[in-house]
Ligand binder design. Structure first.
Ligand code: HEC
Length: 306
């Protein structure tokens, strides 16, 4: 009985010893990660834990000049690691068009577009990019955000901030901003000059005093041309006459103007008369046609009706 008990005890002691060994071995294995230790951790699956790298400004013997940081090749702009094969570009028109546009912006090879000046350094007379309606609408949007506070929504220089200025702001409708001249001291009619002004601001002749801030930080090159195109629209909107309106639309505008005048006369007559006749009905039909041409041709409508 006693012998058996002793045997049993030795057996269970052995079992627990081996269990303890296994556990401590497992602990040894699992205990590496996250624990503080003086020794380097064991790496069973090193993955990419260790690899060669150079910190900024490190020396290396690999290159003859001893610099680990490489200089970009002269006159190049790093752009895209993927080779831009025709297949890649044509297969992904949506992606490639934005990529190529980005690349053009990086290269800035077209001085006219990026500086507003021609090869001789003269300000361009005309906007060097295609102008279409979406561009004008973009220009209107940007102008109203960045320029109108001072220059006014119609460019007369009477914006909310403009009227508080210590001197009157320029009026874009002055002749010098519109009428072509050979006088080198009057570049204001040139689109390239307006572009340059929008991006760099206005400085005193000696270059020490900033009279108007530049907006290159807020407007990219394409938006700037859009703003200039919109300034030309504003000028046109103030200078237009009835002769600018296509004859087909002239009749509509004349009819609308007549209807508006009739409605006004009717409203005044109704006001003058005792309150027995309701004033509202005559207004209604006349309002409708008067709105119409304004919807179709805002600029022409303004010029034609006034
Ligand atoms: C904070 C007010 C302010 C804002 C905003 C502003 N301007 Fe001006 N701008 C001025 C002032 C002031 C002048 C007159 C500077 C001078 O000649 O003393 C001026 C002048 C100009 C001129 C005439 C330059 C000349 O030589 O005749 C142009 C063109 C112009 N601004 C374009 C713009 C455009 C485009 C924007 C929007 C991107 C803009 N400005 C935004 C204040 C402003």
């Amino acid at each position: 009985m006693k012998k058996r008990e002793a045997q049993h005890r030795t057996g269970s002691a052995l079992a627990s010893l081996s269990l303890a060994c296994t556990l401590s071995a497992m602990l040894g294995l699992t205990g590496c990660r996250g624990d503080r230790a003086e020794d380097p951790p064991r790496q069973f699956f090193p993955d990419l834990d260790d690899q060669q790298k150079w910190k900024p400004q490190t020396q290396t013997q690999f290159f003859a000049d001893g610099r680990a940081m490489r200089q970009p090749a002269a006159n190049t702009v790093a752009f895209s690691r993927a080779p831009l094969s025709a297949q890649v570009l044509e297969g992904n028109p949506a992606w490639s068009s934005s990529l190529l546009a980005e690349r053009v912006d990086l290269l800035r090879a077209d001085d006219a577009v990026y500086t507003g000046k021609d090869a001789t350094g003269q300000y361009l007379e005309k906007i060097p990019v295609a102008v279409d309606r979406p561009m004008l609408e973009r220009g209107q949007n940007r102008f109203n955000i960045y320029c109108a506070a001072c220059h006014g929504y119609n460019g007369d220089g009477k914006g909310m901030v403009g009227v508080q200025w210590s001197y009157p702001l320029p009026n874009y409708h002055d002749d010098k901003y519109v009428v072509k001249t050979d006088d080198p001291l009057v570049p204001q009619w040139r689109d390239g000059y307006l572009f340059h002004t929008a991006r760099n601001g206005v400085w005193s002749p000696d270059g020490t005093q900033n009279k108007m801030p530049g907006y290159a930080h807020a407007l990219n090159v394409h938006d700037t041309w859009a703003v200039i195109a919109y300034i030309r629209v504003l000028q046109e909107s103030q200078r237009g006459t009835k002769d600018d309106v296509p004859s087909a639309q002239l009749a509509t505008i004349d009819a609308a103007a007549k209807a508006a005048a009739d409605a006004k006369a009717a409203a005044e007559a109704a006001k003058a008369a005792p309150a027995t006749t309701p004033a509202a009905p005559p207004d209604k039909p006349a309002d409708k046609p008067a709105d119409k041409p304004a919807d179709n041709t805002p600029e022409a409508g303004k010029g034609g009706a006034s």
